[in-house]
Design a protein around this ligand. Structure first.
Ligand SMILES: Nc1nc2c(ncn2[C@@H]2O[C@H](COP(=O)(O)OP(=O)(O)OP(=O)(O)O)[C@@H](O)[C@H]2O)c(=O)[nH]1
Length: 372
């Protein structure tokens, strides 16, 4: 899961390590090399065009640390002397120029991974802020610094809006009604069946209500899941009013002491005004306790855009990303919560009823950074 993105994040760590290693002060007895490095990177502001003069000035700077500080000082950049001092006291200084190329590459890598633009920018800003001007004890390697910065930056966008789903079920007035929205074929019906099992594993009973009165064969499809799981299915004939079906589901749950009503809706394109209006009606009439938007992780930015559109039609409380098992990019998983302000609550990880996992931002970040 998300292997492509993991590789890209790991490359960023290596890039920063490489670029900071090249301007760390050289070990004792090798000052001339350190100085010639900084000369090459243009830090000796007044260096003459004459190569011989540059070499002479390099030698005299190497001989006198204080002179080196003034000669190398250029604005806010730490001088070679400051860096040498930091090195001697066991600290590392990261400079803007160390991050410039790796951050550019990271931005490209995130965009290639289908991370939404504003999310990629937010991640870069956090990494830059966390790392720039930071000086830490040298026991922390540059790699650890990068990892801490990436960890914070990713968690900042991924964990937006998280809440305790199970607690909401436990504390909500019964029956708790959950309506599922999304486009066709992304795995809504399968997700409802999986969640019914997930709830049963935690001691909550549920009834399925098929609000997809639009598509021929929808009753049979969800009916198969209901039969296999031994759940009651509430359905009306094709063409019926979806809000009425879910309402019947709620009445059935009340009469039979069922904890949760799981209401399916017809898959619809977010561009279809009629069907989106129908969704607004379900929202108004049924007034569900939660509306969950379901989409495929593999859909990347399309999933992010659809989440925004569905949220606008019938406000969502969270998202379920299916087919995460088939997704290498991770773009939707990283972007949806930050863009919509609503959390990802579950990941679908396969076709079996048990293939659903509560979305855990910390665990995902650890896994992306290779710390599972
Ligand atoms: N690999 C994988 N496949 C999944 C996952 N979730 C659902 N699927 C598969 O995706 C396909 C579509 O799932 P459905 O549940 O029929 O999709 P839907 O959104 O209800 O479709 P409509 O009823 O047409 O709107 C099925 O073959 C599911 O088995 C998942 O997490 N991983």
């Amino acid at each position: 899961m998300f292997d492509g993105l993991k590789d890209k994040l790991s490359s960023f760590r290596e890039d920063v390590e490489e670029s900071t290693a090249s301007d760390e002060p050289a070990p004792e007895g090798d000052e001339s090399e350190a100085e010639s490095n900084s000369t090459e990177s243009g830090e000796v502001a007044d260096a003459s065009a004459d190569a011989a003069a540059t070499a002479a000035s390099t030698e005299s700077e190497a001989a006198d640390g204080d002179d080196a500080e003034s000669a190398d000082s250029d604005g806010n950049e730490p001088s070679t002397f400051q860096r040498a001092k930091a090195f001697a006291t066991g600290r590392i200084i990261i400079e803007e120029e160390d991050l410039e190329d790796p951050l550019w590459d990271l931005e490209m890598a995130l965009l290639e991974s289908d991370v939404e633009m504003s999310v990629a920018e937010r991640i870069l800003d956090t990494v830059r802020e966390t790392m720039l001007g930071e000086s830490r004890k040298q026991v922390e390697t540059t790699g650890e610094l990068v990892e801490a910065a990436l960890h914070d930056a990713l968690l900042d966008v991924i964990a937006v809006g998280q809440f305790d789903f199970e607690e909401r079920i436990a504390e909500g007035e019964k029956p708790v009604t959950i309506v599922f929205t999304g486009v066709n074929g992304v795995g809504k019906t399968t997700t409802i069946a999986k969640l019914s099992e997930w709830l049963a594993d935690r001691g909550y009973s549920s009834v399925l209500a098929n609000g997809d009165t639009y598509r021929a064969g929808a009753n049979e499809q969800i009916g198969e899941h209901a039969d296999r799981l031994g759940r009651e299915l509430i359905s009306h004939d094709q063409g019926g009013d979806p809000a009425a079906v879910i309402y019947d589901g709620i009445e059935y749950a009340q009469a039979n002491d069922i904890d949760v009503v799981l209401g399916d809706t017809a898959g619809r394109l977010h561009t279809s005004d009629d069907l989106m209006a129908q969704l607004e009606k379900i929202d108004r009439v049924v007034d569900p306790d939660m509306t969950l938007f379901v989409d495929e992780a593999v859909a990347g930015q399309d999933a992010v855009n659809r989440a925004k559109e569905f949220d606008a039609a019938a406000e969502i409380d969270g998202a379920v990303l299916t087919k995460a098992d088939a997704d290498s990019s991770g773009g939707a998983a990283i972007s949806i919560a930050y863009v919509t302000g609503k959390p990802i609550l579950f990941l679908g990880t396969g076709q079996g009823y048990d293939d659903i996992a509560r979305f855990d931002p910390e665990a995902l970040v650890d896994s992306l950074l290779g710390n599972e």
